[in-house]
Design a protein around this ligand. Structure first.
Ligand SMILES: Nc1nc2c(ncn2[C@@H]2O[C@H](COP(=O)(O)OP(=O)(O)OP(=O)(O)O)[C@@H](O)[C@H]2O)c(=O)[nH]1
Length: 347
C-alpha cells in the first residue's frame, strides 16, 4: 500500500513537471496531459482496489509490482514522445519506475524490465524517425538510445546489488526473530514437560490477581502433587519418573481448558490457575484429571499406577499471591493427610 502512495506521489510530481513544460512551451503545446494523467490515475486506482480487496492475492505477484511498472514505463514513453527537445534530459524519469522494482524484483525480472524499457524507447525513436525523417537526426536518436542502454545496464547492476542486500537483511531479521522466539520459549517453559515454568506462572499469577480485583471475577488456584513419587523413581528408575511427569503434563494439558493456566511448579508439583470459573467447575476439572491419571497405564511398567492429591482454593479479593499459595498448600496437605488420591476444596 505504501508503494501505491509512492507511485501516486511520483506521478503527481511528474504531472507538475509536464504541466510546467507545456506552459513554458518546452513540451508539445498539444500534450493531452489531463487525459494522460487522468487515465494513469484511473489505472492506478484499479491496481489499488485489486490489492485492497485481495483480488491480486492469487496472482504470482500479489503486489502487482511488475504490472504497475509495465504501465509506468509505457506511460513515460508516451510522455517522452511529447517532451521534444527535453527528451534527453527527461530520460532519467524511467528510473523513477525502475526504482520501484529494486526491492521487489529479482535480478532476472529487473533485466526483463530494462529490456522492456529499451523496447518501448526504441519503438518511440522509430516512430519519430518514421514520422519525420527529414527533421530527426539519426545521431541524436542513437545518442539517446545508447545513453539509456548504458544507464539501464548500470541500474540493473546496482539494483541487483541493493536487492541482494535487502534479501540478506530480511533473512537475518527472520533468523533473529526465530532465535528470539526460541529464547522466549526456553525462558517461560519447563524443559522436561514443556509446560510453563514456575517463574512464568508467578508473573502471570500477579497479572491474574490484579485482573480479578479490577473486574471482580472469580479466580481459583490448585496445587497438585503426585503421590509417593519418590517410590516411582526408586522402583522404576529416574527415567521412568520423568516419563510419568511428561505423561501427567500431556494428560493435564488435554483435559484442562486452554484458558486455565497450567505450570510445573517444581519436582512433582504442578499448579493450575482457573480464571473465571466457579468452584464446582474447577472441582469437576480436577476430578476428571484425577480419574484419568489414576487410570493411566505405563507400557514400561505395567504394574505402575500413579495418583495425585490436590488442594483447591478460591481467591479472596485483596489477598497476596503468597497468602493464596499458602492456603492452597494447606488444602493439599489436608488431601495428603486424608489418604491421598483426592482433591480438597477450601473456599
Ligand atoms: N524423575 C524425576 N523425579 C523428580 C523430578 N523432580 C523431583 N523428582 C523426585 O520427586 C520425588 C518427590 O518426593 P517427595 O517430596 O518425598 O514426595 P512423594 O514421594 O511424592 O510423597 P508425597 O508427596 O508425600 O506423596 C523426589 O524423589 C525427587 O527426586 C524430576 O524432574 N524427575
Amino acid at each position: 500500500m505504501r508503494r501505491q502512495m509512492m507511485a501516486i506521489y511520483s506521478y503527481l510530481l511528474l504531472w507538475l513537471g509536464v504541466y510546467l513544460g507545456v506552459e513554458l512551451s518546452a513540451f508539445d503545446p498539444n500534450t493531452p496531459h489531463l487525459q494522460l494523467f487522468g487515465g494513469l490515475f484511473a489505472i492506478n486506482i484499479v491496481f489499488y482496489l485489486m490489492i485492497r480487496f485481495g483480488l491480486s492475492d492469487r496472482l504470482r505477484d500479489p503486489s502487482l509490482t511488475v504490472a504497475q511498472m509495465v504501465v509506468g514505463v509505457a506511460f513515460i514513453t508516451v510522455i517522452l514522445y511529447f517532451a521534444r527537445e527535453l527528451r534527453g534530459a527527461m530520460l532519467s524519469i524511467y528510473f523513477m519506475v525502475m526504482t520501484f522494482g529494486v526491492f521487489a524484483l529479482s535480478r532476472r525480472q529487473m533485466v526483463l524490465m530494462a529490456l522492456f524499457t529499451m523496447v518501448c524507447f526504441t519503438l518511440l525513436e522509430f516512430y519519430d524517425w518514421h514520422e519525420s525523417p527529414e527533421t530527426v537526426l539519426f545521431t541524436y536518436l542513437f545518442g539517446h538510445w545508447l545513453i539509456l542502454l548504458l544507464e539501464l545496464a548500470w541500474f540493473v547492476y546496482i539494483g541487483g546489488y541493493i536487492h541482494n542486500l535487502q534479501v540478506r537483511v530480511r533473512e537475518q531479521r527472520e533468523s533473529l526473530k526465530d532465535a528470539h522466539d526460541r529464547l522466549t520459549a526456553i525462558a517461560v517453559r519447563d524443559d522436561l514437560t514443556g509446560l510453563y515454568n514456575r517463574r512464568h506462572f508467578l508473573e502471570r499469577l500477579d497479572e491474574e490477581l490484579a485482573l480479578s480485583d479490577r473486574k471482580n471475577t472469580a479466580l481459583h488456584l490448585a496445587i497438585i502433587d503426585l503421590d509417593h513419587f519418590k517410590q516411582v523413581n526408586d522402583r522404576y528408575g529416574h527415567q521412568a519418573g520423568d516419563e510419568v511427569l511428561r505423561r501427567f503434563a500431556d494428560i493435564a494439558q488435554a483435559t484442562l481448558r486452554r484458558s486455565d493456566l497450567l505450570a510445573r511448579y517444581g519436582g512433582e508439583e504442578f499448579v493450575v490457575l482457573f480464571p473465571q470459573s466457579s468452584g464446582e467447575e474447577c472441582m469437576a476439572a480436577l476430578e476428571r484429571l484425577r480419574r484419568q491419571i489414576a487410570g493411566q497405564r505405563y507400557e514400561f511398567a505395567p504394574d505402575l499406577s500413579t495418583t495425585f492429591s490436590a488442594g483447591l482454593v478460591d481467591y479472596r479479593r485483596g489477598e497476596t499471591a503468597a497468602q493464596l499459595g499458602k492456603r492452597a498448600d494447606m488444602a493439599l496437605y489436608e488431601a495428603k493427610g486424608a489418604g491421598r488420591n483426592q482433591v480438597v476444596h477450601n473456599s
